[in-house]
Design a protein around this ligand. Structure first.
Ligand code: SMG
Ligand code: MG
Length: 368
């Protein structure tokens, strides 16, 4: 395909409720959406970077800058681009995986739409609906936490994930376990602990958690190896896993026995599929992480999560978990599952009137 233009949209999406993690509180999502216009049709991609570099080194303004000045010009200057060649064309830029992923996804969307192939078919999906979990933020009080979790249980979610940090861990986990009985439960620390906390984290063993996600900083594989050897709860890496190569290394070193896959974090859905594949070869189950995606990113995540080795429920919640209205048709939970879109490409359509209404500024169009 020839890429004729890359269009950058910035929209502000209000969250239906505050989302607190160990690194801060979010009340809106400032999102960068990318549309590629090609000779075979258009495609959309979503950049999952946050507004500030507090979760990952990437952030929305930085992603927009690197796309504008480096990544988009490389694609616009190429005679022919396919989803399979995007990573190589962009490899001269170090890192910036979330920015690269947004572009690769847009190209993949255009390409598969033109071919009448769904993302699920392209990825090799084996199911037509995926089991869904929900990620629950740190709440002001235990009572408020229980009210929120109770609502999600009533909606039918098949797994609860609690955000934890020092001072908000054993007590909320005990309370939620009491509320939900045997429903699968896991925790995510977003790097808030250190190796000095190993004994404390071992106290989580009594709650029969599916896993503890990323307790230590992303570069610190060694501390995760030590924790995994010391506690019964399986350790699962999120922030640390930037590629299939790193996943294999972390697994072989004993740092992680379950892997959270986020396409943005690994540079795109093609690498996400490779992470899935290497984990399957090593008998390591995977699940699909979430980055508060709009319907654009959610559609792709649900298709990815339909692959065989995604055996644990993902952070693939319904649109309404974060947004009163979605930028595409909303994803709705049916019996604790989301249906995998079947239309060409991502299978969802961007609602242009909402794009205009929520725009932070006029779209920027980059041409060769
Ligand atoms: O999309 O449901 C979702 C959010 C899931 O908790 C979630 N994501 O570390 O796994 C994680 C966090 C990162 C998002 S906050 C920037
Ligand atoms: Mg996480």
């Amino acid at each position: 395909m020839k890429i004729r233009a890359v269009e950058l949209h910035r929209v502000a999406m209000p969250l239906v409720r505050r989302f607190e993690t160990s690194f801060g509180v979010q009340t809106t999502r400032d999102v960068l959406l990318v549309r590629v216009r090609t000779d075979a049709g258009d495609g959309w991609g979503e950049c999952v970077a946050g507004a500030e570099p507090v979760y990952s080194s990437e952030y929305t303004d930085g992603a927009e800058h690197v796309i504008t000045h480096y990544l988009a010009p490389a694609l616009l200057g190429a005679d022919s681009v396919t989803a399979e060649t995007v990573a190589r064309l962009l490899s001269f830029v170090v890192g910036h995986r979330m920015a690269k992923a947004a572009l690769e996804t847009a190209v993949l969307d255009a390409q598969t739409r033109a071919a009448g192939q769904s993302f699920g078919e392209y990825f090799g999906a084996v199911r037509d609906a995926v089991d869904c979990g929900v990620s629950v933020g740190i709440a002001p009080t235990i009572d408020e936490l229980l009210a929120e979790v109770g609502g999600y249980v009533d909606e039918g979610y098949r797994r609860i994930k609690l955000k934890i940090k020092p001072g908000w861990d054993l007590e909320p986990v005990r309370a939620v376990r009491g509320l939900i009985g045997g429903l699968p439960l896991q925790v995510d620390a977003n790097t808030a602990y250190t190796l000095a906390d190993v004994d404390h984290l071992g106290a989580l063993d009594e709650f029969g958690l599916l896993l503890i996600e990323q307790p230590f900083e992303e570069e610190n594989i060694a501390s995760h190896v030590a924790l995994a050897a010391a506690i019964a709860t399986p350790v699962c890496l999120d922030e640390s896993i930037h590629s299939a190569l790193i996943a294999v290394d972390a697994i072989e070193r004993g740092a992680t026995s379950i892997v959270n896959i986020k396409a943005g974090r690994v540079g795109g859905y093609l690498e996400a599929v490779r992470v899935h594949d290497v984990c399957a070869e090593l008998d390591v189950p995977v699940w699909c992480g979430g980055m508060l995606e709009t319907g654009i990113g959610r559609a792709a995540n649900v298709a990815l999560a339909a692959m065989e080795n995604f055996t644990l429920p993902g952070d693939t919640s319904a649109s309404r978990r974060f947004y009163a209205d979605d930028i595409t048709e909303p994803f709705e939970l049916v019996d604790g599952r989301l249906a995998v879109p079947t239309g060409g490409g991502s299978g969802v359509e961007v609602r242009e009137e909402l794009l205009a209404r929520w725009a932070l500024r006029a779209p920027v169009t980059l041409r060769a």
